[in-house]
Design a protein around this ligand. Structure first.
Ligand SMILES: C[S@@+](CC[C@H](N)C(=O)[O-])C[C@H]1O[C@@H](n2cnc3c(N)ncnc32)[C@H](O)[C@@H]1O
Length: 198
């Protein structure tokens, strides 16, 4: 991918705010989801927007909570409410335009013992970074141009903090984004640490 100029970036932001399909690729995202059996799971969608994925999720489950700005406000805040109420989900889908970072690591505490974590990640271009974005990527994802491997490594580290093991199930490239699907499974701390509790 080639980097954006300030002008094209402005245009992208405007079209994103108009919720144009070319900018959030619902068809391709749903095609990817359809390759897996996520039926009847308890599903949380954050950044659900105008609800293209919500429509799909509601066809496969009766238990879908979709967070959108208009009803539940800022999803970055609302996740803390769910966490404080000890709410757990079998599948969490983070479909933001930008970086999902601020949901981590809280989101891991909202997963059931065997759950899917799905998220959108903007692919970093060759020369589109400004200094702040560059440092942001380094802080959260180890590199100023995170690879799939960097992201898998960070997700593994986040999950291990809660005695969970992350397994990459799928990653699909859709235009300028990756859609990651991880299976996150709770583990016995004693097994992960190779120690016995006395
Ligand atoms: C990539 S789109 C989601 C598209 C949606 N999954 C669909 O299939 O229709 C991201 C959406 O999140 C909304 N959004 C942006 N910031 C938000 C925030 N802080 N909290 C909740 N929603 C937000 C945007 O307005 C946009 O509608």
């Amino acid at each position: 991918m080639i980097g954006h100029t300030a002008e094209t970036h402005k245009k992208i932001r405007k079209n994103q705010s108009l919720n144009m399909d070319d900018y959030h690729h619902p068809v391709e995202k749903i095609e990817q989801l359809k390759r897996f059996n996520f039926n009847d799971l308890k599903i949380l969608e954050v950044f659900a927007g105008k609800g293209n994925l919500s429509k799909y999720y509601n066809t496969i489950s009766k238990n879908v909570l979709s967070l959108d700005k208009e009803t539940t406000g800022n999803s970055f805040d609302y996740i803390f409410k769910l966490r404080s109420e000890n709410k757990k989900f079998d599948l969490i889908d983070i479909d933001s335009y930008g970086y999902p970072d601020k949901f981590f690591p809280t989101v891991f505490e909202c997963l059931t013992d065997k759950a899917y974590l799905i998220f959108t990640f903007p692919i970093v271009g060759v020369n589109c970074l400004n200094g702040i974005t560059e440092q942001h990527y380094i802080n959260f994802w180890r590199s100023n141009r995170p690879t799939i491997g960097d992201i898998v490594g960070c997700i593994t580290d986040f999950s291990l903090r809660n005695w969970q093991l992350a397994k990459l199930v799928d990653v699909s490239k859709i235009k300028r984004i990756w859609r990651f699907i991880f299976l996150i499974e709770k583990q016995k701390a004693t097994i992960l640490c190779n120690v016995r509790n006395k």
